[in-house]
Design a protein around this ligand. Structure first.
Ligand code: NAD
Ligand code: TYD
Length: 337
């Protein structure tokens, strides 16, 4: 593992990973390959911009020529694949780009990685491929895939392609499936940063449906640590679930955020439910714990407090990414104005 290509390194998890990874490994070159969609922001990487081990290549994972060029020029031997369209609500109003980026883009990368002869290809996936749970139980790696949203279906398709490239061509892949992440640099279309930013502006906090949907939250740095662990020591061809045993009802998170910010609960607005809204996610992460010795390091209490403080301290960052396209998206999605 000398020359690592990270796709989607300008997004939320990718930019946290780039910073974490360069901090964890002294002797690597890291190439961030990202085409900077609305969700990609090089400002997330200002802290490591001048690091001589870091390179940025602006490119689309669907563009085989550009991917080949990046892999050859930088003699890539390892791929960590984050690049994706990642927001469920956007996949409901416009699924096509999810299929293009998440499915076709992943297949292009797999072919390029095969031609390059990489020694490891880590595919970053999600627990949403398993579908929705009832009141009890957790997703294990053996749970059958039952994706419900176009986003989840596109990620499940990409997972299957990755595993098929291992089975058919012997490509040395590993797949990780993580639960909901939170932390710094998350785009404010997702639950936690959206609610923080709205509360700071005394805008209504739009809770879908009855607010009783459950998500299993993990701090993004713990996700990055887990990816690093699987990359180095995971068994080829295997899937590893990642999660923090930390289930929360949406409404309870929203209340906790308001409390921390000293804002009134009267800001909560129950709005029309998301179409096909998955009720509950919960990850059984015992395989990665048992086989690779990974465990989360953050308590939710600490992680959430630090995240709120980060958004408070980084309002210029948030305001910058919330201009233009975001305003348009917000107006349309939440039927404002
Ligand atoms: P994000 O939307 O914040 O970032 C996605 C990044 O990919 C952006 O930098 C964007 O510019 C880039 N990108 C998009 N299309 C591209 C293309 N065609 N070519 C090159 N780059 C492209 O996403 P995120 O929340 O950081 O998620 C990263 C990965 O982790 C995704 O694969 C997602 O499915 C997975 N994941 C996310 C979560 C979560 O809670 N956010 C949980 C589990 C897994
Ligand atoms: P989100 O952050 O979009 O992640 P995902 O859908 O991938 O789990 O949403 C997390 C939960 O919060 C989900 O149950 C939907 C809900 N939600 C709201 O209630 N209101 C909102 O404005 C958003 C964006 C999400």
């Amino acid at each position: 593992m000398r020359n690592v290509l990270v796709t989607g390194g300008a997004g939320f998890i990718g930019s946290n990973f780039v910073q974490y990874f360069l901090g964890a490994h002294a002797d690597v070159v890291l190439v961030n390959f990202d085409n900077l969609t609305y969700a990609g922001n090089l400002g997330n990487l200002a802290a490591i911009d001048a690091d001589s081990r870091y390179r940025f290549v602006k490119g689309d994972i669907c563009d085989r020529t550009a991917v080949d060029r990046a892999m050859q020029e930088h003699e890539i031997d390892t791929v960590v694949h984050f690049a994706a369209e990642s927001h469920v609500d956007r996949s409901i109003t416009g699924a096509a780009v999810f299929v293009t980026t998440n499915v076709v883009g992943t297949q292009v990368l797999l072919e390029a990685a095969r031609a390059q002869g990489v020694e490891r290809f880590l595919h970053v996936s999600t627990d949403e491929v398993y579908g929705s749970l009832g009141a009890t139980g957790k997703f294990t790696e053996l749970t059958s895939l039952h994706p419900n949203s176009p986003y989840a279906a596109s990620k499940a398709s990409s997972d299957l392609l990755v595993l098929a490239y291992h089975h058919t061509f012997g490509l040395p892949v590993v797949v990780t499936r993580c639960s909901n992440n939170y932390g710094p640099y998350q785009f404010p279309e997702k639950l936690i940063p959206l609610m923080i930013m709205n509360a700071l502006q005394d805008k209504p906090l739009p809770v879908y449906g009855d607010g009783l949907n459950v998500r299993d939250w993990l701090h993004v740095v713990d996700h990055c640590r887990a990816i690093n662990t699987v990359l180095r020591t995971g068994r080829v061809g295997e899937v590893y679930n990642i999660g923090g045993n930390n289930e929360w009802k949406n409404i309870d998170i929203v209340r906790a955020l308001l409390k921390h910010l000293g804002k009134p609960e009267s800001l909560i607005a129950f709005v029309k439910d998301r179409l096909g809204h998955d009720r509950r996610y919960a990850i059984d992460a015992s395989k990665i714990a048992r086989e690779l010795g990974w465990a989360p390091s953050y308590t939710f209490e600490r992680g959430l407090a630090e995240t709120i403080d980060w958004y408070l301290a980084n309002q210029p960052w948030a305001k910058k990414v919330m201009t233009g396209e975001y305003q348009e998206y917000y107006r349309k999605h939440y039927h404002e104005g």
